[in-house]
Design a protein around this ligand. Structure first.
Ligand SMILES: Nc1ncnc2c1ncn2[C@@H]1O[C@H](COP(=O)(O)OP(=O)(O)OP(=O)(O)O)[C@@H](O)[C@H]1O
Ligand SMILES: [Mg+2]
Length: 449
C-alpha cells in the first residue's frame, strides 16, 4: 500500500513536535501547521488522507477546520484533540464527521492505534467507492451501444424487467452482447449490491457441472478433500447467470428445475437440503425451442427459464448501430492504449457497415482493436482494413420464384427485396428497377391498402 499522508494542526509547538516524532516513526508522510488557516492552505495543495487537529486555536479553530475539510474532500478522515475534552465538543466533532476525539495529554499508544484505524477505514471507503464506480461505469447502459430501433426495444425491456425476480432467457448469435445484457439486468435491479455469479455450462461433463452448480461435501468423490460451496450458494440473494444453458446435461436439468421451482438442492455427496434465494438468467446462442423439440432440453425447464425472452438481433440486422459502435471502440482503445486515433474515413466506415459480421459485435470490436494496434493510424482508412473486409462484395441478392407465381406477387417481392437491399433508399431502388420514385411511392401505397 502506498504511504499515507497526515496533516498535523496544533498551535502548541511541544505537542506538535511530539506528534511529529511519534508518527514519523510509523513511516507516514507528514505536513505540519500551527493554525487553521495555514492548515487549510496546505490541505488544498497536498493529497491529505488524515487530519489531526487541535480544537482550540487562534483565528480558525479545529471545529471550523474540520467542517472545511469535510466540505472540500469528504473522504478525508479527521481526529480531533483537545485539552478541554467536554462531552459536547466530542459529540459535535463526531457529528461533523471526525473519526475520533482524543484528550490531552496524548497517550502515544492510543494515538498510533486510532491513526492506524482511521487510515484503514479511509482505504476501505476509497477502495469500495472505486470498485462501485468501476462496476457502474462498466455495466451502465451507456456502455451498451445501440441506437437502432431493435436495440432501443431491448433497452426498454431491460428497464421493465430488471426490478423483478423473474427468470430471463437471453438469446442471440455469438458476440451479440448476451453477457453484457445479463450484467445490465443484474446491476439495474434490486440485487445490484449482491453477487452476480456466472457459470458457463458449455462442455462441462455431468459430474463436474453438478459440483460446480451445487457444490460438494468432503469425500463426495475422489479428490474432494474439502467441502465446497457451489455457484448457487455463492449467488445467494444475488443473480446466477447460466451461460450456454443448452449444454446442461439432462440429468442436471432436472435438478436445476427443482432449484427453480422450490429454491432448494443438496450438495453433491450431501443430504442436507440447502435453500437459496436467487434470480436466474440464462443465455444461449441457439434457439432453445429447437433443443426442446429435439428432446435434448426439458420442456418444463424451458418454460421456467423463459419467463421473459430477450432476443438480441445480429449486427447485420441493425447496421445503423455500426457507426456508433465504431466510434465507441475507437474511444475505448484510444483510452486503453493511450492513443490519439482521430477517426475513420467515410469510405472505410461504409465498408465496415456493409461487411457480413458473422462474429457480430465481438468481431467488430476485435477488428477495431487490431487496426488500431497494428497501424496506429491518424485516421483509419481503407488501407488499414483487413483484406477480407476490403475485398468483401455484397452478394448479389437473389430471389427465387416458383413457376406459376402470380405476377402481382412477384412484383411485390422484387420491390420489397430491392428496398431492403438499398436499406430503404427509394431513389436508389427506383433507379435499380428502372422506374421513377413516384411510381415506387404509389406502388407502396397500393401495398399498404
Ligand atoms: N451493444 C454493445 N455495445 C458495446 N459493446 C458490445 C455490445 N455488444 C457486445 N459488445 C462487446 O462485444 C463482446 C462480446 O459480447 P458478449 O460477450 O456479451 O457476447 P455474447 O453474446 O455473450 O457472446 P457469446 O455467445 O460468444 O458468449 C464484448 O466485448 C462486449 O463488450
Ligand atoms: Mg457469452
Amino acid at each position: 500500500m502506498d504511504k499515507k499522508t497526515i496533516l498535523i494542526v496544533e498551535d502548541d509547538p511541544t505537542v506538535r513536535e511530539s506528534l511529529r516524532l511519534l508518527l514519523k516513526k510509523k513511516g507516514y508522510t507528514l505536513h505540519l501547521a500551527s493554525q487553521g488557516k495555514e492548515a487549510l492552505q496546505i490541505f488544498r495543495q497536498k493529497a491529505v488522507d488524515l487530519v489531526i487537529t487541535d480544537l482550540v486555536m487562534p483565528k480558525m479553530d479545529g471545529m471550523e477546520l474540520l467542517q472545511a475539510v469535510k466540505d472540500l474532500k469528504p473522504e478525508t478522515e479527521a481526529i480531533v484533540i483537545s485539552a478541554q475534552g467536554t462531552i459536547e465538543k466530542a459529540v459535535q466533532a463526531m457529528r461533523l464527521g471526525a473519526f475520533d476525539f482524543i484528550q490531552k495529554p496524548i497517550n502515544p499508544r492510543v494515538m498510533s492505534l486510532v491513526v492506524e484505524r482511521a487510515l484503514e477505514k479511509q482505504t476501505l471507503v476509497l477502495q469500495n467507492r472505486d470498485l462501485r464506480s468501476q462496476l457502474e461505469d462498466k455495466f451502465h447502459f451507456k456502455n451498451i451501444i445501440g441506437r437502432s430501433r431493435e436495440m432501443t426495444r431491448v433497452f426498454d425491456l431491460i428497464r421493465h424487467i430488471a426490478p423483478y425476480d423473474s427468470s430471463v432467457l437471453i438469446l442471440g448469435e455469438s458476440g451479440t452482447g448476451k453477457e453484457l445484457i445479463a450484467n445490465a439486468i443484474h446491476y439495474h435491479g434490486p440485487r445490484a449490491k449482491m453477487p452476480f455469479i456466472k457459470i458457463s455450462c458449455a462442455s462441462l461433463s455431468e459430474g463436474i457441472i453438478e459440483s460446480e452448480l451445487f457444490g460438494h461435501e468432503k469425500g463426495a468423490f475422489t479428490g474432494a478433500f474439502l467441502s465446497r460451496k457451489g455457484r448457487f450458494e455463492q449467488a445467494h440473494h444475488g443473480t446466477l447467470f447460466l451461460d450456454e444453458v443448452e449444454d446442461i446435461p439432462p440429468s442436471t436439468q432436472i435438478k436445476l428445475l427443482r432449484v427453480l421451482q422450490e429454491g432448494e438442492f443438496e450438495r453433491v455427496g450431501g443430504n442436507r437440503t440447502i435453500r437459496v434465494n436467487i434470480r436466474i438468467l440464462g443465455a444461449s446462442n441457439r434457439d432453445l425451442q429447437d433443443a426442446v423439440r429435439e428432446g435434448t432440453f426439458r420442456e418444463d425447464l424451458y418454460y421456467r427459464l423463459n419467463v421473459v425472452t430477450i432476443k438480441l438481433p445480429p449486427l447485420r440486422e441493425r447496421r445503423d448501430d455500426i457507426p456508433f459502435l465504431v466510434s465507441f471502440f475507437l474511444e475505448k482503445y484510444n483510452r486503453k492504449y493511450g492513443m490519439k486515433v482521430k477517426g475513420i474515413s467515410h469510405r472505410a466506415m461504409s465498408l465496415l457497415a456493409d461487411y457480413e459480421w458473422t462474429g457480430n459485435v465481438r468481431e467488430l470490436e476485435n477488428t477495431m482493436e487490431s487496426i488500431m494496434v497494428i497501424h496506429h493510424p491518424d485516421i483509419i482508412d481503407l488501407s488499414h482494413l483487413p483484406p477480407e473486409i476490403r475485398h468483401f462484395k455484397t452478394r448479389p441478392e437473389v430471389i427465387s420464384v416458383r413457376i406459376g407465381t402470380p405476377l402481382e406477387e412477384i412484383e411485390r417481392e422484387v420491390l420489397l427485396e430491392t428496398l431492403k437491399a438499398t436499406r430503404g433508399n427509394k431513389r436508389k431502388a427506383a433507379q435499380l428497377l428502372g422506374i421513377n420514385v413516384r411510381t415506387i411511392h404509389r406502388k407502396l401505397e397500393d401495398l399498404e391498402e
